[in-house]
Every structure is written in structure tokens, then in C-alpha cells.
Design a protein around this ligand. Sequence first.
Ligand code: DGJ
Length: 726
Amino acid sequence: MNVEFDNQKNFFHVYSDKISLILGITKEGCLVQKYFGKKIKEYHESNRYEYLDRAFSPSPYSNDRTFSLDTQRLVYSCTGLGDFRTPAFEVVNEHDALADLRYHRHKIYSGKKELTNLPSSRSNENECMTLEIELVDSFLEMNIHLFFTIFDDSNVIATHAEFVNGMKQHLFLNKALSFMIDLPSSNYDLIKLTGSYAREKMVQRSKLQQGLSIVNSRRGASGHGSTPFIALTEPNANENYGEIISLQLIYSGDFEAGAFVDQLQNTRLFIGINHETFGWQLNKGETFITPEALLAYHDHGLGQMSRELHDFVERYILRGRYKQKERPILLNNWEATYFDFNEEKLLKLADHAEKVGIELFVLDDGWFGKRMDDNSSLGDWTVNYDKLEIGLSGLAKKINDRGMQFGLWVEPEMISVDSELYRDHPDWCIQATGREHTFSRNQLVLDLSQQAVCDYIIHSMSKVFTSSTIQYVKWDMNRNITNISSLSNAKGGKEVAHRYMLGLYHVLAELTQKFPKILFESCAGGGGRYDLGMLCFMPQTWTSDNTDAICRLDIQFGTSLIFPAITMGAHVSAVPNHQVERSVSLETRGAVAMAGNLGYELDLTKLSEAELKAIKEQITFYKKIRPIIQKGELYRLDCSTNDNNDIAFSYVAKDQSESVVTYIRKLAVAEAPITFIKLKGLDSEATYLELETGRRFCGDELMNVGLTIPYSKGDFSSIVYYFRKL
Ligand code: DGJ
């Protein structure tokens, strides 16, 4: 990887062995995009920009009618001087909202800066290089620093912007995106992850058209129905073929990611904090730092995109002792007992868990304050002795005595009106002066933009985490933010949403540093905040409250587009399923949950001996394949039947020595055609043993001829194959 500057031609070339980003400075001093895509050796302007006099595109700097900001391929655009497309930022002084950014200077250095107070990718000096370009509006005396970090052996560029207000005047930021680039084509499909609660990460693909296409959140969290990710693919791109540009944001709050196709068929691609719910007072001498974005180019379809993005998450996002450590198989009591538990019930569950080989016992919601349902006690993080006479330490000890780790659920960002905390500090929740509270799940959100609130969370959680041998924490968040007040911090309350995120990140940084041995799993009613920001602190996420295996196929499919299996919590739950009342065999529930970090979330005490035996076998099997799932590479496979009724995917160990292949048929088909699947990622020269049956196949045979799936009847059938190289 390297960053070069050609001072004759005023080009920057940022490259790894996989990608090139070429930026230029026009003679007017504007920063423009010259090329982004597959690595090229040298750039000699084969795509030279053609200056033309375009009607209704104004010329800001001279009477040269061929230069307009409206038609340039800009990198971080201004407002008000003739670029009529959606801008990268908007800064307001007491007169107007105009800005005029010109190149000022640049720096090139090894390594990268970690962003102050925000999560960002982390890498050491010799693994990456950074280009920092400083643009200036000399009238406003405001400088914007743009950062582009290229990583060794990667196709990702980390980028963000920093606004520095000189000493002339106070400014107000109405918008401050992290990244924006104009691409010279609009012939793309746009992919985003949408959905809802219990239906997270549904893949949506559409043809890009003139105007704005966007995915965003204004919930105070990235959201169940929106993920800070967007991709542009060539129209024919599929799992195995085609060029893709992907863009993500390392942020967990309100965001926007979009593409704007202009009248000359250029595409402006952008990502950052959602400007609709954002505003920031930038006083003289102050700096505002945007979250980090990840720009990537992939040349072999969606499958390769996923593998490359997974690799980046594993290398540069996850951190701490669990970064590369296999994750324990857990039993969570939530769907087994909900709030209705006591010591006796939990220990009976634990006895069964021990017998089937569970490694971590997780006590979910309901252990604190006087919480019997979801109407009270959030904020009162002391044990409910009515339910747990032996307290947390007593329970943890009994779990540990049974050979399992002990884990605990918390929801520290919330407060119930019926709590000691609210009675003591009614002013600690987010609320609008003069208006009634807006409840969701009968709870309010603590105002993490207040330092005292953050201190309380750090203090109360530290007490809980040291009260017993807690080795895992599920950090939940079960509502979105409303009633943001104009009196909380800034004009129209516009700073609060981002200040909340800064407060949250501060709390998470403190607690994860203080408790490095705890494995943290983030959750927001399932995948309501499954994003790169949270993954910088918590290396796994509860993917969805929907535990139905068939619904999970789509949820996990969408999740797998950008997040690796090692981050994805997946549990086997009871039938009929509690969310959709579907009954699926234990075998298929296991097959689907084994595609992520396997867990169980059902009342084991109600199962038959045969079911417990089957679970024990599943767990024994998962322990064998766990390294392949959690550290291997994912291939979503094509089935010959080519419909969404047959699903197949595989994980292949990075050294190609082993592979696990999962096939699922959703609904039975009468007179079904024979299904076969062509495997991927294997060593074509090697022979593989299929461990269940002892059959042997060549790698190239499995990948080119394919594997025939035995004919079966009945809905929701599945097969998991385990191959080992001989
Ligand atoms: C929502 C989570 O997603 C569930 O798994 C469970 O922890 C509940 N909250 C508890 O209130």
C-alpha cells in the first residue's frame, strides 16, 4: 500500500495491491475524484475530464463558462456556489450558508489517527498509510481536513472529515457528512439493508435512477430497518460476478447513506450523520469530528464483497481478548422463563444446560430492582432478592460449580419512571420541557449527553460487574429516542442525538477497558443497533429477537452481507416458535443457528430425553466445526433449483482444510427436481472426506460437478455436511 502525490499534475494516488483511489486538484483548487476502483499501476488521465459549457450550471470563480461546481466530480462538496446536488456539509454563519472550499495543503504519513471520542478502525503503523488533505474556506476561516487511510492487503479506505473553526466567528453546522464522492456513471444497482423489528437486514436492491435514493435512521440508533451501509453494483452483478462499491459508517446513531444521480448521470455517493436530526455549534477555535466511513471496491460480486468486509471487521474493527477467540455456546433464559424465574427454576435449567454441554449460562432481564415485568426498575441495578435469594454472586457460583461461565443482561441506557433512580433524578431522562413523556415499552431513555448520567452508568455497571464472576454481558437497548428538548444543549435540541452517541461511546470505552475479560454482546431488541460502531466495543451482537429458523434464513443472509459469523448471535428456540408460531425440526433449528455463534434459548427442562440427546449431539458437533464457522470464510452457494426455497451456504477454513456446508429447503415440493450445489473456496487439487458418510470427493469435483442433495419430503428440511481435506 502507498500514497503518492504527483506535484506536476496535482494528483494523489492512494493504493493497495487491490484498489486505487485517485484524487486531483483542479487549477481552481477544487478537490475532485479522478478514479476509484481496481488497482492500476499508473494514472495518465485516460479518462480526462471534458470541460463544457453546460446550461444552467453557474461558474463561481470566473467567466469561464466551462467550469462549474455543478458538473465537477467533487470529493467533498460545498453549498451555495452553484453545485445544486445534495451537499456534503452545510455551515451557517450569521449571514448565509455558503461555503467555498479550496485545497490548502496535505500530509502523507504511516499509520492512522484514531478518532477522538468516536469508535474507528484500529491498525498499527506499518499496516496502513494516511493521506490528510486540508481544504480551506478563507472567508469563513474554516478548514476541513479529509482523511484517507489505505490498509495493507485490503480493499478498504477509511475516511472521515474534521471541521476546524478559525478564530473569526462562531459557526453552526447543519450538516457534516463523513464522506462524499462523485462517480462518473449512474448505471448501477443500489443495495441497502432494510426491514423492521424481528425482520432485520432484508436485502433491498433497485436500479439507480435520477434523483435521491437513501437509507437513513432518525431513531437515535442505527435501527432494525436501516443499517449504515450502501452498495452500488454493476447491473449484472450477482453473488459471484461483478464490480461493487460499498460504503459503511462506523456509527450507531442517526445516519444517512445515499446516492444522488444528477442530470448528467453522475452519481454522488455519500454517508454520514443524518443531517435532519443534527446540528452543531462550532465556536471559534473548536473542531468537529465526523464518524469514520469505510469505502471499498470489490471486483468479484457480492460473495467476495462479504468476505472482504468480514476480513476488515475481523482485522481492524473487533478488538480486545475476544477479537479472535472462539465464542462460548450459551443458554439464555429469556424465552425459557421471561420474567417468571427464581433460583430453583434457574438452577434446574442450569443442571440441564450442564448435561448437554452448554458453556455459558446467561441470566436475562428481570433480576434487578423489583422487576416482575417490563414496567419498572430500569436504572436500579441492584439484585431482586425476592427472586434470587442467593444474589448474583450466589447464583454465579452455582453456575461456575456446574462448569459453566455466568453471564448477565443489562439495559443501562434506560430508566423506568417506577424506579428509585427516577425518583432521585427525574431530570436524568431525555425529555422536552413542558411536554408529557413519550413512553415505549413503558420506559424512558437516559440523557447520555449529561456527564453525570454517564458517570452513574459507569459506576452502577462497575458495581454489578464486580459483584460476582460475570464473564459475559448482554447490553440491551429497547426503545428509540423521542422528546428531544431544545433546552438540552443546543439549538432545537439538534446536538442531543450526536451528544448521546458520544456519551454512549465514552461509557462503552470506559467499561470495556475496565473489564477486558468480559465478553460483551450488544443488543437492541435484537438487531436494532447491529453496526460497526457497537462492534468496536462489543465483538458480538444479538442478531434478532426473531428466533424462527426460517425467518432467520433471510435475517442472517442480509446480516452476512457485511458482518462475519463470529459477530452474529444465533439461538435454537422452542416450537411452536414464540414470534411466528412455526414448528421447525430441532435439526433444522440447529442447522440455522450453527451459522453464527450458537446458543440455546428455550426451557430445556420441558424437553424429552431424545430432544436433550439431540441437543447434546448438536453441541458436540458445533464444538468441532466452531473454528470453521467463526474463523473461516463464508460462501453463499447457488442451488441448481435457483429459487429462494432452497438455501445453501458454506464456511471454509482459511487454509481450505475443512468446510461445513449447510443446505435448507423451506417448503416441500411435489415431484421436486433434483437439487445439486456447487461448492466454493475448496482446494481444487485436494481430496475431501465427508465425515458423516465417509465418502471422498476431489475439491474440483465438488466445485465444478457439484454435490447432489438427497431427495426428501416434508417442510423445513436440512442437511449439514462436514468435509475435511485428506
Ligand atoms: C430484548 C432482547 O432482544 C431480548 O433478547 C431480551 O433480552 C429482552 N429484550 C429482555 O427484555
